[in-house]
Design a protein. Structure first.
Lengths: 155, 155
DNA sequence: TAAATTGGTTTGATGTTCAAACTAAATTAC
DNA sequence: GTAATTTAGTTTGAACATCAAACCAATTTA
């Protein structure tokens, strides 16, 4: 009640901090378990994040994807190689520039992408469950605050 | 405006999903960089999470901490060993039960714990920056929603 | 007191990552 | 227009985190 703006009670801090931390761990764990029990049991969470980065339609280059995921090019090469072996990803040789290889998902890869996306949609839906437009706005605002804060640190 | 309860627009989904994902990556990255530039440059993000789990005061057993972090006992043993070598953690032999070792932070470890906690406090503060008590309640509600949803999945 | 359980460590293997050396293609400079 | 430089991606060798399984020692149960 007597909460001051920009000043947060110890209890609120504890709650929000723990929630933010726990939620993330929890999501990762569920992603892992869900994958294990699905048709895609040969895929790890790290691998699905690579599949997500490759996306459905834009044929990004290896370097682009590596930068996005903040992996070295060497690491990306090996990761792509195993996903190619498992049948989720295809390399395409760029016609213009023969040095670059572009990455794309196979049908199996696209299927997995969509399943993963659906799971995330559920998460977001549950996040704002029962809220009206105004309340959703508050959540969005909080996320923008946080993104701004984080960007400021790194500038 | 014409937002229906429990139904989320494609744009809102995109925004929230990306924000949730990006925010987490970003926090990890900043934690890593901050550590690199600090007095604690010999500590990784994973190590700080172990230090956080050991906490300031309760002398948890190795098994307790392992379960909390969902690591095997073997993994915990090796992780604790390096943190002990680096001077952040101490083992204590339990007087009652001579099989158990309890974990505690050295002064250096406590210092790091507090620095890390302060960083998290900043994050939470920025998250609810400029919001009144009511708006904070909305955020808390969203986090509870999410936690419930995730718990339901695993039951 | 013998057998089973529990807490923790050690060991050997696997997976992820990196930095650095490398190859091939494209661009720039002379 | 060739030589030097840069760029895109791969390969290689090492480091680290993790796990499962075997193990040891202390405690509990039968």
């Amino acid at each position: 009640m007597a909460e001051e703006k920009n000043n947060i009670s110890k209890a609120d801090f504890r709650f929000m901090n723990d929630a933010l931390v726990d939620v993330y761990d929890h999501i990762m764990r569920i992603e892992e378990e869900t994958l294990r029990k699905s048709t895609f049991r040969d895929i790890s969470v790290k691998e699905i994040h690579l599949i997500h980065a490759i996306t459905l339609h834009d044929h990004k280059t290896s370097t682009e994807v590596a930068n996005e995921l903040r992996l070295t090019k060497g690491t990306l090469t090996t990761n792509v190689k195993t996903l190619e072996r498992k049948g989720y990803v295809k390399r395409i040789n760029d016609e213009q520039d023969h040095r670059v290889t572009r990455l794309t998902l196979t049908n199996k890869g696209k299927l997995l992408y969509r399943a993963h996306d659906a799971f995330h949609r559920q998460i977001v839906k549950s996040f704002i469950k029962g809220m009206d437009g105004n309340e959703v706005k508050v959540i969005k605002c909080a996320l923008i605050n946080l993104e701004d804060f984080l960007s400021d640190i790194t500038q």
